[in-house]
Design a protein around this ligand. Structure first.
Ligand code: AMP
Length: 198
């Protein structure tokens, strides 16, 4: 298939937990449904619970192809009993999981999460800061979740430790996040390697 015709592979980072209110799972489900409606493929951590499960169920209900990447040792803990149908890549460890997710994604959206989500976000941001073409990276807020990280990065910019504080971009809704990673018609201009030019 010509790369301009294949679906955009959207890497979604998010928490294993469900968050403090139902709004978090609703946003995750809406993100999954929205990416499916736009014809994208979901690349994620193969979780069946928490926000990971909600994204996957939204994507699956909308008919999106799903690639789940998970280390063998987390299968029992994170897949759960309600995992939507998906292609699974089993990895040896967390580092390989991250590598596979990054390699197989054209762009990234991060919902709120914990250490794992932060680690994944900072990995792609530091790659982008060093000039590697990882594609757009968007943080999706549900309830002001990413504000303190954005402010911290801006402060690092003022102190000269961070050169480009604008790599991380913030979206207020799933639809806005999807617009930011792939504006309508952008796929027609996909670059070699499948990255969407911003
Ligand atoms: P959390 O944001 O901590 O809820 O974790 C979200 C997902 O990231 C879970 O599937 C974790 O297993 C996973 N995770 C945690 N640490 C890492 C890491 N260093 N690299 C890749 N995935 C991780």
């Amino acid at each position: 298939m010509d790369i301009s015709e294949r679906p955009l592979s959207l890497g979604v980072f998010c928490g294993f937990a469900s968050g403090p209110s139902a709004r978090y799972a609703e946003a995750a489900t809406a993100l999954g449904a929205g990416l499916a409606a736009r014809g994208h493929r979901l690349v994620y951590g193969a979780g069946g619970v928490g926000l990971m499960g909600a994204v996957a169920r939204g994507a699956s209900a909308g008919g999106a192809p799903i690639l789940g990447v998970i280390p063998e040792f987390l299968r029992a803990k994170e897949m759960g009993d309600d995992l939507p149908p998906q292609e699974i890549v089993l990895t040896d460890d967390l580092l390989e999981r991250k590598r596979v997710m990054i390699d197989r994604s054209d762009a990234f959206i991060a919902l709120p999460g914990g250490y794992g989500t932060l680690d994944e976000v900072l990995e792609v941001v530091s790659m982008a800061a060093l000039g590697q073409d990882v594609g757009p990276i968007v943080l999706l807020d549900v309830d002001d979740d990413w504000r303190s990280l954005i402010e911290y990065v801006e402060e690092l910019g003022r102190r000269g430790f961070v050169r480009d504080a604008s790599i991380l971009r913030l979206a207020a809704t799933p639809e806005q996040a999807l617009d930011m990673v792939a504006p309508a018609g952008a796929l027609a201009g996909a670059a070699p390697g499948g990255r969407v030019m911003s």
